[in-house]
Ligand binder design. Structure first.
Ligand SMILES: C[S@@+](CC[C@H](N)C(=O)[O-])C[C@H]1O[C@@H](n2cnc3c(N)ncnc32)[C@H](O)[C@@H]1O
Length: 225
């Protein structure tokens, strides 16, 4: 797909860094994936650290999951400004990304990088994103999922307005449903305990059992008035 084809769509829904998550995949009907390496027909090749080649105010919805942590802080700021520019007034964008203030990942903040996911070049947290949003042109925002100290705040999300696939609500592996997921969860817990030589806190284990660690734990919407 080319940008000229995207412009012919009505409405235009974009999934930034969407990889395979585009029309007609379940949950992404009508979305065009915008990615460095698009793999399907409903996708455009584009480097999102550069301006989006669309006119002002033509996009009805923007979605992005587990992408913004792959670009630098300044690029996230430029991207949000671009998203605001191309969105129609009254439209919004939904963002899901890791929360590095969560118990499993907060040590990465001290290290300054994530040894498990070195491609995550911005360690996203609720506080950092509040700062970025305050500097962005978006008039209003709402966080649904984030870590507040050791508490995982979870407000209801209307997934019909944008599917985030790795939240405790949407990921069956996170919920550990059925004997297979329960068994895999127990094995994963034990492997985790062994990898830490048994030095795991009860908070970490209870959070694992609550399935809140390996998920897209920051989810928020940005609204253009
Ligand atoms: C972790 S994957 C997430 C894919 C999908 N959103 C998901 O949740 O499964 C990150 C995606 O961002 C894309 N990406 C990374 N840097 C990019 C850039 N500068 N511009 C566009 N896409 C980029 C990668 O090609 C990859 O498909």
């Amino acid at each position: 797909m080319e940008w000229s084809d995207v412009l012919k769509l009505d409405p235009i829904h974009l999934n930034l860094g969407g990889c395979y998550d585009c029309h007609p995949r379940k949950g992404y009907r009508g979305y065009v994936s915008v990615d460095l390496k698009p793999r399907r027909r409903w996708a455009v090749a584009h480097d999102l650290t550069t301006p989006i080649p669309l006119p002002d105010g033509v996009v009805s919805r923007i979605h992005t999951e587990d992408f913004i942590e792959h670009i630098r802080l300044e690029a996230i700021e430029r991207l949000l400004a671009e998203c605001h520019r191309v969105l129609k007034p009254g439209a919004f964008m939904r963002i899901g990304c890791p929360d590095y203030s969560g118990p499993l990942h907060r040590h990465c903040l001290e290290l300054g990088y994530d040894p498990d996911w070195p491609l995550h070049i911005t360690l996203t947290t609720h506080d950092l994103l509040e700062e970025i949003i305050a500097r962005s042109p978006f008039e209003r925002h709402k966080f649904y999922h984030f870590w507040d100290g050791d508490r995982h705040v979870e407000e209801p999300i209307d997934y019909s307005l944008g599917l985030v696939t790795r939240t405790p609500d949407t990921c069956s592996a996170c919920r550990r449903e059925g004997w297979w997921q329960k068994w895999r969860g127990r094995v994963a817990d034990e492997k985790y305990r062994l990898s830490k030589n048994g030095n795991v806190t009860e908070l970490e284990m209870s959070t694992r059992r609550g399935h809140r660690l390996h998920v897209t734990t920051l989810v928020f919407d940005l609204f253009k008035e």
